[in-house]
Design a protein around this ligand. Structure first.
Ligand code: MG
Length: 264
């Protein structure tokens, strides 16, 4: 889930110890497992509704001993934000059944003993409507990896948004910067700092060991202006959008991706 209200003060950033990390690793693994499963269902061109997919993920989370972070968060009614086509983020799953070429993103959080991991992917159901849709999805995922690769102890947080923005623009896509990533705290999915998808590399706090954040680039084909639907949640664009997110933890000498699906 993205954050759109930059926090007033970066001095509130809380670093996390091993006790947190041990729990967050479990949360991250459950969250990654959910997305991998949802990705498989899309690849199989499932006829399940968006609500069925939400319930499937919720079952995985609960059976694994976690709880769905977003359910009830600020009144959000579901466990997974599911956004299709012009819905960029924060879509509410309903009885919609996907059809050929739909671009669908899943964004979910898992809380495990108070520690949280937040992660998102975008996939295409069936045959893409356009090569550009495939390129958008690919570029968004790559921009996330560029953002993660830019992290190093001693650099400033803005290095992340700088890498994401430059990469997204180099591929010809719009980069959303009124929503972005965020810190994570005990039982709190959105905590300082705000992690912008467009930043100067010299701005923001210094990256330190113990920092945990969610990084979430959103790239669009059309204008980067967004609007919120009448449901009060769904963020809309005027064309197709894509969204990827990982939760990471900064160590002295490396960055740990807690929601890495390739390590399941
Ligand atoms: Mg998030």
């Amino acid at each position: 889930m993205g954050q759109n209200n930059p926090f007033a003060s970066s001095t509130l950033v809380k670093l996390k110890d091993k006790n947190w990390l041990d729990k967050q690793r479990v949360a991250g693994k459950i969250a990654a497992q959910c997305l991998a499963t949802l990705q498989q269902y899309v690849a199989l061109e499932t006829r399940l509704s968006l609500l069925d997919l939400n319930n499937l993920a919720e079952d995985i989370i609960i059976k694994a001993g976690g709880s769905p972070t977003f359910k009830g968060y600020k009144g959000f009614p579901a466990s997974v934000c599911i956004s299709v086509n012009k819905q960029l983020v924060h879509g509410i799953p309903d009885d919609t059944v996907l059809s050929d070429g739909d671009v669908i993103s899943f964004d979910l959080g898992v809380t495990y003993e108070g520690a949280i991991a937040d992660t998102a992917i975008t996939c295409i159901w069936g045959k893409p409507k356009s090569e550009k849709h495939l390129a958008l999805v690919q570029a968004t995922e790559e921009s996330l990896m560029k953002g993660i690769a830019a992290i190093a102890v001693g650099k400033r947080l803005g290095a992340i948004g700088n890498a994401i923005y430059k990469y997204g623009r180099s591929k010809g896509f719009g980069v959303i910067n009124n929503y972005g990533g965020h810190g994570i705290d005990w039982d709190t999915p959105h905590a300082p700092p705000f992690v912008s998808n467009k930043a100067d590399p010299e701005e923001g706090i210094r990256i330190q060991p113990g920092l945990t954040i969610a990084i979430e680039p959103m790239l669009v084909i059309g204008s980067t202006t967004t609007r919120t639907a009448s449901d009060g949640w769904t963020v809309l664009t005027d064309d197709i959008g894509a969204h990827f997110e990982h939760s990471i933890y900064v160590h002295e000498d490396h960055v740990e991706v807690l929601t890495d699906r390739s390590k399941l």
